[in-house]
Design a binder for this molecule. Structure first.
Ligand SMILES: [Fe+2]
Ligand SMILES: [Fe+2]
Length: 274
């Protein structure tokens, strides 16, 4: 199969050149990167669920398991190796085992849908989130090897968005969901995006690294407020907004009017949470 498998490998990353001193003392970078490595590696569970959901569509299933899953899992491995270089005393396996146990119940086929087109639109929301997140990590990274890894991951996430968007269009041509239905589905997923996985990821990472400090909801709220300050500096709001509303297929003028309004709203929401 052509074009399958990741476009790069861990051998392309100069881990030996990492300047640990640039971020080894930052608990926030630790929590963010360790949690991201957990979430990315767990993509094999998602890929299986999605392939089950799209059973019968050979093209989608081949892409999901041959390309998408391989790339997402590689993102997790690349980040894991980075975390282990910078924080060598962190027991990644234990942290991940806790995360997997906590999070697996949320990864089930009954949470997908409600239709094949709308699930593709929802996947676009998720990839918008990851593409934007790694753009921020690349641009704010205090260390060049991290910036390089984030740049590679970002390019893959944009590729995933494009593929899911293409599949969305194909299903939508048949299903013809109305704009308001698509909008409701997009909004539902936006509200869900950072709900449980980020909390469980950061909590399991921090519990292992700081065993005598409990990590609960209030600690996570404080963590999120600190990350919101980073977002104000480095989150690509215009790019995220354009990607997010693309499945609505708004008339060009409406699209041009909507983007700045939504960007402003998103910035204000992040400012309020910080
Ligand atoms: Fe990823
Ligand atoms: Fe992705």
């Amino acid at each position: 199969m052509r074009n399958m498998g990741p476009a790069w490998s861990l051998a392309d990353i100069p881990y030996q050149e990492i300047d640990r001193s640039r971020l080894a003392g930052s608990e926030d970078w630790f929590g963010l990167l360790a949690a991201s490595s957990f979430i990315e590696i767990l993509s094999d569970l998602y890929a299986r669920n999605l392939a089950e959901y799209y059973a019968g569509d050979a093209g989608v299933c081949a892409w999901l398991t041959g390309k998408w899953e391989a790339e997402e899992v590689q993102h997790g491995r690349a980040l894991r190796r980075y975390v282990e270089h910078v924080w060598p005393d962190f027991d990644w396996e234990r942290g991940f085992a806790g995360f997997r146990a906590d999070y697996s119940p949320y990864c089930q086929t009954q949470f997908l849908g409600p239709t094949r087109a709308l699930e593709m639109a929802a996947r676009c929301v998720v990839e918008t989130g990851t593409a934007s997140f790694y753009t921020m990590v690349r641009d704010l990274a205090p260390e060049p090897v991290l910036a390089m890894i984030a740049g590679r991951i970002r390019a893959d996430e944009i590729g995933h968005y494009k593929a899911f968007y293409r599949y969305y269009r194909q299903y939508q041509d048949h299903e013809r969901n109305g704009r308001s239905r698509v909008a409701r589905e997009l909004w539902r997923r936006v509200a869900e995006v950072d709900s449980e996985d980020a909390y469980l990821g950061v909590r399991n990472a921090c519990r292992i690294r700081y065993p005598d400090r409990p990590f609960g909801r209030t600690d996570f709220t404080a963590f999120r407020a600190r990350i919101a300050a980073w977002m104000r500096k480095g989150y690509p709001f215009p790019m995220a907004t354009r990607m997010l509303i693309k499945p609505l297929d708004l008339p060009p003028l409406v699209h041009r009017l909507a983007v700045p309004v939504l960007v402003g709203t998103a910035r204000r929401l992040v400012a309020l949470s910080g």
